[in-house]
Design a protein around this ligand. Structure first.
Ligand code: IFM
Length: 397
């Protein structure tokens, strides 16, 4: 089935700063990776050196036929110490925005993708009474970078994962007996406050900016129909609350990789472990491309008319044919949801490049492989396949 795209549909790939740039030394994650006795398997180090090689990355993306690029601005580079703005970092990201536009790539820029400046986290991060103000001050600093060339801005990437894992990363005990741990309720509300305050700043600076955030959608399924209430309860705090918070946004970002199946138990909702024989990706997640269509339908159920953008979808695999098969099947599910009347404004594949998967480099998500000692980019067949998909089908309206 051809993947037809409406006019102005965003067709791109995604990266994040910390996972690709390298040497994000003023960030909290860098601190975590390099702390004595860290639980992190390997540090990000040079990552894939996109800090210096972003022009090559954008060239490859544009040459493959994509029209859009989602990348991040690292707060820790812009404001490495509180109140100290790095002019060089501002100029770097401004050059990236201009470089994307020059190549015919519309930038979708993420302002927070799991990493914060070390000083911010060391002072309690989001839960510090000044946490929201500190973030919005940084958001304001990005005006010079974004100007009027960035139509879409994502304030915070996967805030639900931030609310679920921040405690664990700080060394606090987390109850994961239910499968995915619960989200911290106070942190959830603080992140929503930060998002909405950031939206206000971005709109004040440029009323034309379309602001949203991207939620990790788990495509939660009840194991049986009797488990429906348990599945709803499981998703409520880990996902639905974050979707609902986007009701006044300009767009909503769906990030989808797999599903979680949930059953009721005397101790509350529990995720169902994958059977031994289930097909898994390199993340250990179930191979389940239909999750994307289901996640988009769930977002639309909660949000009604808010336009949806798929800001991440992809697979960690060593087999590029499998990547193509997975992505093709995921796009079929997306197309079916769109045919049913759900407004989807774009699709970004995760990821443009193999990169640092929050602890190690083993899961390879990239349309482009990277030699980690020379940083040579080696495009995989999936890059030109996906980049050329709408054109090859000759169906761009
Ligand atoms: O690599 C991550 C990304 O940073 C956020 N979404 C999920 C991806 C794969 O785990």
């Amino acid at each position: 089935m051809p993947f037809t795209v409406p006019p102005r549909f965003l067709w791109g790939a995604s990266t994040s700063g910390h996972q690709t740039e390298g040497n994000n030394v003023s960030s909290d994650w860098w601190g975590l990776e390099t702390a004595p006795g860290t639980f992190v398997t390997e540090p990000s180090g040079d990552a894939v050196d996109s800090f210096h090689r972003w022009t090559e990355d954008m060239d490859l993306l544009a040459e493959a036929g994509f029209t859009d690029y989602r990348f991040g601005i690292e707060w820790a580079r812009i404001e490495p110490a509180e109140g100290l703005v790095s002019r060089a970092a501002v100029a770097h990201y401004r050059a990236m925005v201009k470089g994307a536009v020059e190549r015919g790539l519309r930038p979708l820029v993420t302002l927070h993708h799991f990493t914060s400046p070390r000083w911010f986290s060391e002072q309690g991060g989001w839960m510090n009474p000044k946490g929201v103000e500190r973030f919005t001050r940084f958001v304001d600093m990005t005006e010079e970078i974004l100007q009027d060339e960035v139509a879409h801005v994502c304030t915070i990437n996967e805030p639900n994962m931030v609310a679920i894992y921040t405690g664990a990363l700080a060394g606090a005990g987390v109850d994961s007996s239910g499968g995915l741990p619960a989200a911290d309720p106070a942190l959830t509300e603080r992140l929503i406050e930060a998002h909405q305050a950031a939206r206000e700043v971005l709109h004040r600076n440029n009323p034309g900016t379309k602001v949203g955030w991207s939620v990790a959608m788990q495509a939660v399924e009840p194991l049986t129909t009797d488990d429906q209430p348990a599945a709803r309860a499981f998703a409520a705090e880990r996902e639905t609350r974050f979707v609902e918070a986007a009701v006044d946004d300009d767009w909503f970002g769906v990030q989808s990789y797999t599903r979680l199946r949930v059953r009721a138990s005397a101790d509350g909702p529990r995720t169902v472990p994958l059977p031994e024989h289930a097909e898994r990706t390199l993340m250990g997640w179930e191979y389940y491309p239909a999750a994307l269509g289901n996640a988009v339908r769930e977002a639309s159920r909660v949000l009604g008319d808010v336009p949806i953008i798929v800001t991440e979808n992809g697979i960690a695999t060593a087999d590029d044919d499998q990547r193509i098969a997975y992505t093709g099947a995921a796009l079929e599910g997306l197309r079916a949801a769109m045919d049913d009347g759900i407004r989807v404004d774009g699709y970004f594949h995760w990821s443009l490049l193999d990169n640092y998967e929050w602890g190690d480099y083993r899961p390879t998500f990239g349309l482009i492989a990277v030699d980690r000692s020379t940083f040579e980019r080696k495009p995989r067949p999936s890059l030109s396949w996906l980049g050329g998909l709408p054109r090859a089908q000759a169906v761009v309206a």
